[in-house]
Design a protein around this ligand. Structure first.
Ligand code: SAM
Length: 254
């Protein structure tokens, strides 16, 4: 049950500095200055400054499980902050423990400082964690299929949840999905394609990310091979269905 889960009132209320200590700042960050604009009391302001980090999270792995994707992406996007979100307490703790160990092992290069994990039910209050248009990539890797019709409402792709993904994703940002369940693949495609804020990206392999950066094709490769579920499907020689969706600009109001 997630009754004991606490949610920040807004992204500025999260203690991001504890999650990404190498990026902690005492001066004003983007988040702190927004908090100040809301004319919060001075005490709050100081606390927020200490909690702040110098850059925003850009990549979210929703239902990250044991973190295979996170730990594979971290060295590929060394200057990008990546966050895993996982509902199971023990699994979240495992990922946090592994993050600490990898940071210690790679202290000389500051490796893995850009990756972290929190326990959260992502079906609730996602916009409390991220600002509008903050993220450039969202990963939905092997979501629980919830096969039965009456359980479909528990799926992490729905018209309502897609609106939340659209809110936190910047125009041009990408939602990556992968599953070994064809029915769920069709479901995700249907729900993203009919959502006005998304368009299907057919040719996922055509885009790069500039000089030496990991491109979209690389993200798809990592998602296929480095997730725990991806490895399991590989061992069982199962099929993997991939679909990516681009956040389009909001249509102009007449
Ligand atoms: N993404 C990982 C992978 O590809 O190996 C794990 C896939 S596993 C089948 C689905 C994960 O999503 C589980 O770890 C589960 O606890 C998590 N999960 C399910 N519902 C969630 C929710 N509402 N919020 C956060 N995590 C959730």
């Amino acid at each position: 049950s997630d009754h004991s889960l606490a949610y920040p009132r807004s992204p500025a209320d999260m203690d991001w500095a504890t999650l990404y200590p190498a990026y902690a700042v005492e001066g004003e960050s983007q988040q702190a200055s927004e908090a100040v604009e809301e004319s919060t009391p001075a005490d709050d302001e100081v606390q927020r400054k200490i909690k702040a980090i110098s850059k925003n999270i850009e990549v979210a792995d929703i239902g990250c499980g044991f973190g295979g994707l996170l730990f594979a992406l971290a060295p590929k996007f060394p200057d990008t902050l990546i966050l895993g979100m996982e509902i199971r307490t023990s699994v979240t703790e495992y990922v946090q423990e592994k993050t600490r160990a990898l940071r210690a092992q790679n202290a000389s290069t500051n490796g893995y400082q850009n990756v972290s994990c929190i326990r959260a039910n992502t079906m609730k209050f996602l916009p409390n964690f991220f600002h509008k248009s903050q993220l450039s990539r969202i990963f939905l890797c092997f979501p629980d299929p919830h096969f039965k019709q009456r359980k479909h409402k528990a799926r992490i792709v729905s018209y309502t949840l897609n609106s939340e993904y659209a809110y936190v994703l910047r125009p041009g940002g990408i939602v990556y999905t992968i599953t070994d369940v064809q029915d769920l693949h069709e479901w995700m495609k249907e729900h993203f394609e009919k959502h006005p804020s998304f368009e299907r990206v057919e040719k996922v392999f055509e885009e790069g990310e500039g000089e030496g950066g990991a491109g979209m094709d690389e993200c798809v490769r990592v998602m296929r091979t480095e997730t725990e579920e991806g490895k399991k499907v590989e061992r069982n020689k199962g099929l993997k269905f991939v679909a990516c969706f681009r956040r389009v600009e909001d249509p102009a109001w007449p």
